[in-house]
Design a protein. Structure first.
Length: 186
């Protein structure tokens, strides 16, 4: 997953940075057809789809005109990349085997929100401003940290200690200068 890679479009000579935040992803997912519908609209050179993506990042009264001047054909690859990042899809990642039943993109985005505000302890605003890839990578980092601290079920089980009790006491208390006194049998 690519992190911190800016998505930039040029509209009327002005560079506009598109940040596929979780909040933007949730808004776009609510459109009819979800992300698939949005990708189909982009492929069909839909001005409304391009405007829906760019408007949260560039408020200009002539936005539609600027998009048409830039050309929907030239914006298509950037807009597709933006939608894929909103969905948390890395087109360059190897295809993973499906694990269990699929979930909708709405459920996926809600799950990312729960991870950000729950597991990661981020504020709601910080979570909504994060890119889905950032949330997933931070979650992996948190899981790695917890495994390092507490271990995991994947760790090899500890071998049972076969020493007798006297040897265990010597190992535990030998460094304190203790001596074992053997009592005589009465």
């Amino acid at each position: 997953m690519r992190l911190a890679v800016p998505i930039i479009v040029i509209l009327a000579g002005e560079a506009v940075t598109l940040r596929p935040s979780l909040a933007c992803a949730m808004q776009l997912e609510r459109r009819p057809g979800s992300f698939k519908g949005l990708l189909d609209e982009i492929a069909d050179d839909s001005l409304s789809a391009a405007s829906a993506i760019i408007a949260p990042h560039h408020s200009h009264p002539m936005l539609a005109s600027r998009i048409m001047d830039a050309g929907l054909d030239s914006l298509r690859p950037v807009l597709i990349d933006y939608v894929l990042q909103c969905a948390g899809i890395d087109p360059n990642a190897p295809k993973a085997a499906s694990e269990g039943p699929g979930i909708s993109f709405a459920e996926h985005l809600q799950h990312l929100y729960r991870i950000g505000t729950g597991w990661l302890g981020w504020t709601p605003d910080a979570t909504l401003d994060a890119i889905p890839a950032e949330i997933m990578e931070a979650y992996r980092g948190r899981m790695d940290m917890l495994k390092a601290i507490f271990g995991s079920a994947d760790d090899e089980p500890r071998q049972p200690d076969t020493r007798n009790l006297d040897d265990k006491f010597r190992a535990a208390f030998g460094s304190f200068g203790t001596t074992i006194i053997n009592r005589e049998a009465a």
